[in-house]
Write a protein that binds this ligand. Structure first.
Ligand code: XMP
Length: 524
């Protein structure tokens, strides 16, 4: 196993992710763990991470002496390289000016770390790597025993190695995707240099996570807000695997869920997994408070507030619960800036509508905190959740509340649910011939929006005067920007035909051809 010592970089988890991708077990621990801890951990290799933007102020951070006494290979990355240099007798120039950006690195001579790894070759036969790196602080003198491994025009010592002791260090970041050969470099270190076997799989992760949850929770009880979304579902399945009936899930139906959503969640978690789920039908309460309200932010606030209220009321009934479990995943942790500070627990706010207040007085259990979305999905499948659930498009916490424009009414929600279900069903059924994938999988988010305006139509011999539904389908990787999806006309035709014929009350369907920005993904 690999030990990653964290000096506080925002991307330390990416190192762990790359090591996991190489099928090697690793753990991240703070840079100031004790020498005893390192000896007991008994790693086959140690990676020293980068540090956050203000390295300059933090340049007193050191790796424990046991790192150098352990005799195992060490890889220093960015700040990790600088501390390696300082601690082993080299020279570092600290600067408060820092640039993070693209660079081309030239490899010097052969080192086991970089040998044969390159993006292209120079005329003199030097391997070149396209990388992301931090300029600013830099190593200006090699420690005794080290040789130059890599350089760039602006950073002469961009990599160094002491191959006798198997110490390697790079100024650039092999863990970020912009460094094209990053995975190859980290694999080289972990597999060839440290000699780890690539035999770690998701099932091992489950066992380790289960053991950790059991140790953390002991015989205490846990409560979790199940939304039907990917993160809370996977967290619930994992925690249930670990502690069974010590977990109680609370599933709040605010009356603004998708068609059959409540039934599907109950079938899966109660029917198949035999988990304890309290299903609260609070639709009367939510819709009651939403009556007469048409401002989107106001609606969001009401839904968030009611959610907290309902959840708290259920939590109070479970007086033995000592833990609140949440499906916080790594990108949420980064967004809220909670990577470095262990004390600041940030509640994921957009996930569970408004966020649960800390006044619940419960300890937080967040078993997915170190995983990326695709890893969460893989974990979900390994835990036996159906792929349709695990690969579902995201659904906003306020649900149909922000997809019914203006005032929310039960009647509107019912019409929208049916139209939306038809759209999704047809997206799943239609395959793109070129890729063989379904249009559901080819889009990142797709849904119907209810427009509370009436338009005229004819049906049979009669005139109709009914509501309008807009279809929205977008493609995006980060949801910050998005393109409307170029769905085939034949698919749109089928969907609109079915909605108008099958959903009495809707007589017109339009397709939204606005990209984000300037349009947002949701209409409200
Ligand atoms: P927009 O509409 O801002 O949406 O382009 C970006 C992503 O965020 C989701 N979204 C929400 N999720 N509560 C949520 O949990 C909300 O209030 C909310 N508003 C938007 C949206 O579905 C899309 O995935």
């Amino acid at each position: 196993k690999i030990l990653i010592l964290d000096f506080g970089s925002q991307v330390t988890q990416l190192i762990a992710r790359r090591v996991r991708e190489a099928h090697v077990y690793c753990e991240i621990h703070p840079n100031d763990v004790s020498d005893d801890f390192i000896r007991a951990f008994n790693p086959k290799g140690i990676i020293l991470s980068g540090s956050h933007a203000s390295t300059y102020e933090d340049h007193e951070l050191r790796a424990p002496q046991a790192v150098w006494d352990s005799g195992v290979p060490v890889l220093g990355i960015c700040y990790g390289m600088q501390t390696m240099a300082t601690q082993l007798g080299g020279k570092v120039e600290w600067s408060d000016h820092r640039e993070f950006g693209y660079a081309e690195v030239r490899a010097h001579g052969h080192t086991q770390l970089l040998q044969g790894i390159e993006d292209f070759n120079t005329v003199e036969g030097h391997g070149m790597l396209k990388v992301w790196m931090s300029h600013g602080d830099k190593v200006t003198g090699l420690p005794p025993g080290f040789k130059l491994m890599a350089s760039t025009p602006s950073c002469e010592i961009a990599g160094m190695a002491d191959e006798d002791r198997r110490y390697y260090a790079v100024q650039f970041h092999p863990e970020v995707t912009h460094t094209l050969q990053g995975p190859a470099i980290l694999n080289r270190f972990v597999l060839d240099i440290a000699g780890c076997k690539p035999d770690w799989v998701m099932n091992d992760y489950i066992e380790e996570a289960v053991a950790r949850i059991r140790e953390q929770v002991g015989d205490e009880e846990v409560i979790l807000g199940l939304s039907g979304g990917v993160d809370s579902s996977v967290a619930a399945a994992l925690i249930h695997r670990a502690i069974g009936d010590q977990l109680t899930c609370v599933f709040v139906d605010h009356g603004l869920l998708r068609l059959n959503e409540g039934r599907m969640v109950m079938e899966m978690f109660v029917g198949k997994l035999h988990a304890k789920v309290v299903h609260v039908d609070a639709s009367e309460q939510f819709l009651g408070h939403l009556a007469g309200v048409s401002d989107p932010e106001q609606k969001r606030k009401i839904i968030g507030r009611e959610f907290v209220e309902v959840f708290q009321a259920e939590a109070r009934k479970l007086s033995n619960a000592k833990w609140l479990a949440q499906g916080t995943i790594y990108p949420d942790v980064v967004e809220s800036g909670g990577t470095k500070t262990k004390k600041a627990v940030t509640i994921k706010s957009h996930h569970n509508v408004g966020g649960l207040p800390e006044t619940l007085g419960l300890k937080l259990l967040e078993p997915l905190r170190e995983l990326f979305k695709d890893e969460v999905r893989e974990l979900g499948v390994a835990l036996g959740l159906p792929p349709e659930m695990v690969y579902r498009h995201p659904f906003p916490g306020p649900g149909l509340g922000v997809r019914i424009l203006g005032e929310v009414k039960r009647e509107y929600a019912e019409l929208l649910r049916k139209a939306d279900a038809i759209f999704i069903e047809e997206l799943r059924a239609a395959r793109d011939t070129a890729s063989g994938k379904s249009w559901y999988d080819l889009t990142s988010q797709a849904f119907a929006v209810f427009l509370p305006v009436k338009s005229v139509g004819v049906m049979g011999d009669g005139r109709t005067y009914d509501y309008v539904v807009a279809l929205r389908a977008v493609q995006t990787t980060d949801f910050m920007t998005a393109d409307w999806a170029e769905l085939p006309y034949s698919l749109l035709k089928k969907v609109s035909g079915r909605i108008i014929n099958e959903v009495r009350g809707i007589s017109r369907v339009t397709y939204d051809v606005s990209s984000k920005p300037p349009a947002t993904i949701e209409w409200e």
